[in-house]
Design a protein around this ligand. Structure first.
Ligand SMILES: NC(=O)c1ccc[n+]([C@@H]2O[C@H](COP(=O)([O-])OP(=O)(O)OC[C@H]3O[C@@H](n4cnc5c(N)ncnc54)[C@H](OP(=O)(O)O)[C@@H]3O)[C@@H](O)[C@H]2O)c1
Length: 263
């Protein structure tokens, strides 16, 4: 299948590892030219050959400065993937606190998981409209199963879903398609790394990290019996970004091993 991405210019956020790195690799495999961003690059990202532009997207002006730098190098932009996201530093006591953190925690988590996508997309929209391009936002199954992650994160991802659907309606007629991908529990540092969510849970519960990771698919009700591979999320992102999918507008594709149970 020709995804018509050869020579297209793509910006991927949160690209240094995990799902973002897999997305970079998938676009490059399709012949796209990728600009990758994170706060710091990694050897794995450098090895892809993507152009790296550093940015802290949780700051108010980080996204605008990023897009200015990217379009300053080349004014073309065909696709944007808002993938940067994650939790907070898990302040002590989070597990006993029904709010999973104070005002600062909520603000920080919303800044990265919602505001960064809003600001980056806003800055990139004129270039994307010129190219009749697309935006893919990376959401989370916790948006629709909020008890499965810290509450600020679940709430921010639910807001990202609403942003995705609403913006798709507003920009679709101008030719910019906006969609989301909803990963379930995916094998990346965010979830299973030494400083990830499961490590925090293991420390809190006083149980073995590796044993907790091994039990995750069953705990999350994943019919597949396995965590999602980041490459699989990347394939959904690339397909949604493709001009071969002109009717994919405002959709939200779940790739979660059967974790979410609603019809
Ligand atoms: N893994 C899962 O189970 C799962 C499930 C559902 C949804 N998701 C979502 O999938 C996306 C990718 O997650 P992942 O699991 O691949 O996470 P990850 O392995 O922790 O990677 C996160 C990426 O975001 C970048 N990043 C973090 N904070 C940033 C900031 N302030 N400014 C710019 N970049 C920043 C990181 O690089 P730097 O630290 O160098 O900045 C890194 O490249 C996130 O939106 C996450 O919410 C993940």
């Amino acid at each position: 299948m020709d995804l018509q991405l050869e020579g297209k210019r793509v910006l991927v956020t949160g690209a240094s590892k995990g799902i973002g790195l897999a997305v970079v690799r998938a676009f490059i495999a399709e012949g796209a030219s990728v600009v990758a961003t994170a706060r710091r690059s990694t050897p794995e990202l450098a090895a892809t050959g993507a152009v790296f532009v550093p940015a802290d997207l949780a700051t108010a002006d980080g996204p605008v400065k990023l897009v200015e730098a990217v379009l300053g190098q080349d004014p073309r932009l065909d696709a944007l993937v808002n993938n940067a996201g994650g939790g907070d530093d898990r302040p002590d006591g989070m597990y006993e606190d029904p709010f999973s953190g104070d005002d600062d925690t909520w603000a920080n988590v919303f800044a990265l998981n919602l505001n960064a996508a809003v600001r980056t997309t806003r800055a990139a929209l004129p270039a994307l409209a010129e190219a009749r391009g697309s935006v893919v936002n990376i959401s989370s199954s916790s948006a629709r199963a909020p008890h499965t992650a810290p509450l600020p994160y679940s709430a921010a991802k639910a807001a990202l879903n609403a942003f995705t659907r609403g913006l798709a309606e507003a920009t679709g007629r101008a030719g910019v398609r906006v969609n989301a991908v909803t990963p379930g529990a995916t094998r990346t540092d965010l979830l299973v790394g030494p400083d990830g969510l499961v490590a925090g849970m293991a420390a809190h519960l006083g149980v073995d990290h590796a044993a907790l990771v091994a039990g995750l698919p069953e705990q999350f009700g994943m019919v597949s019996g396995d965590l999602v591979d980041p490459g699989e999320i990347a394939r959904a992102v690339v397909l949604l970004s493709s001009p071969a999918m002109p009717s994919a507008i405002g959709s939200n594709w779940t790739v979660d091993g059967g974790q979410l149970k609603s019809a």
